[in-house]
Each structure stands twice: as structure tokens, then as C-alpha cells.
Design a protein around this ligand. Structure first.
Ligand code: NI
Length: 158
């Protein structure tokens, strides 16, 4: 198990656009494993590569423990509905704020073997997919918050 340092809001790496992954390598597999370790250790439900300082289009998500997803080069291809609720981010520890997101999202991505797959999510999974895909284009949820940030104690963070 290897943990990586989570970059915090204000770090320039979090506002940059990520490059696509063109081939799987042992180094990228290791990065993905480390991202899961880092996310679980921090009790998060999602983590994007730029949050550990790597500008590649890689996201890990696990919103219900034991349903881990790796999304490489993800593209959201369909959304519908809307949900408004608190959202957090491991790069903004201890804080949350209200964000409106689609309630349904369909994303096309590649897995660890670079095979394309489709993932559909609603509610928290849809929110996590949107939040993490935003990280890949340098967008933080704090830019989307309405009503300001507030402290949280134990809520899970993305
Ligand atoms: Ni985040």
C-alpha cells in the first residue's frame, strides 16, 4: 500500500487540464493502485489523478465500498434530471457546499486494460462522476457552490 500526497485547493496543478492516457503501463497501474489506497485512507468516495499531482485523465470512484471503478479518459455522454446537495472534496478537507448536478449520468471510459466501457450512475454515483470529471479539466466544485462552504465533521468527501 502506498499513499500519495493529496494536493490542496490553491495548488496550481488542480486548475490544469489533464492529458489523455494513450497506453497502460506498469507505472500507471501503480498510480491507480495508489489512488485507491489514498482515497480509502482519506475516507473519500472519489479521487482524480491531478489531486495527487499527475495531469492524466484518470479517476477512481467507490461510492458504496466494494464497487470500485477506474475511469480512464472518461467522457460524459448523457445526463438528465438534477440533484442539489452537499458535496466535498479531499482537496478541500473538512468543508462542504451545496452543488446542483445531474441526477443521472452516462459516461464512456476505458478500464485498466484500456477497454472501453459504459457506466451509468444516479444520485451519489452521478455526482461523483461529474465531480471527478471536472477535476480532469481543472474545475473545482467550489466554483459551482451556491451559498458558500461550511465545515463538516464526518461526511464522506470526494
Ligand atoms: Ni474533488
Amino acid at each position: 500500500m502506498a499513499l500519495r500526497n493529496i494536493r490542496l485547493e490553491g495548488d496550481a496543478v488542480l486548475s490544469k487540464k489533464c492529458r489523455p492516457v494513450t497506453e497502460m503501463t506498469p507505472k500507471i497501474r501503480e498510480l491507480i493502485d495508489d489512488m485507491f489506497d489514498t482515497m480509502y485512507e482519506a475516507s473519500g468516495v472519489g479521487l482524480a489523478a491531478p489531486q495527487v499531482g499527475i495531469l492524466k485523465q484518470i479517476v477512481v470512484i467507490d461510492v458504496e465500498e466494494d464497487m470500485p471503478y477506474v475511469l480512464i479518459n472518461p467522457r460524459i455522454v448523457e445526463t438528465s434530471g438534477s440533484q442539489t446537495g452537499d458535496e466535498g472534496c479531499l482537496s478541500v478537507p473538512g468543508m462542504a457546499g451545496e452543488v446542483t448536478r445531474p441526477n443521472y449520468v452516462k459516461v464512456v471510459a476505458q478500464n485498466e486494460d484500456m477497454e472501453e466501457f459504459e457506466l451509468e450512475g444516479t444520485e451519489l454515483l452521478a455526482r461523483a462522476i461529474c465531480h471527478e470529471c471536472d477535476h480532469l479539466v481543472g474545475r473545482m466544485y467550489t466554483e459551482l457552490v451556491t451559498g458558500g462552504l461550511h465545515p463538516v465533521e464526518t461526511e464522506e468527501e470526494e
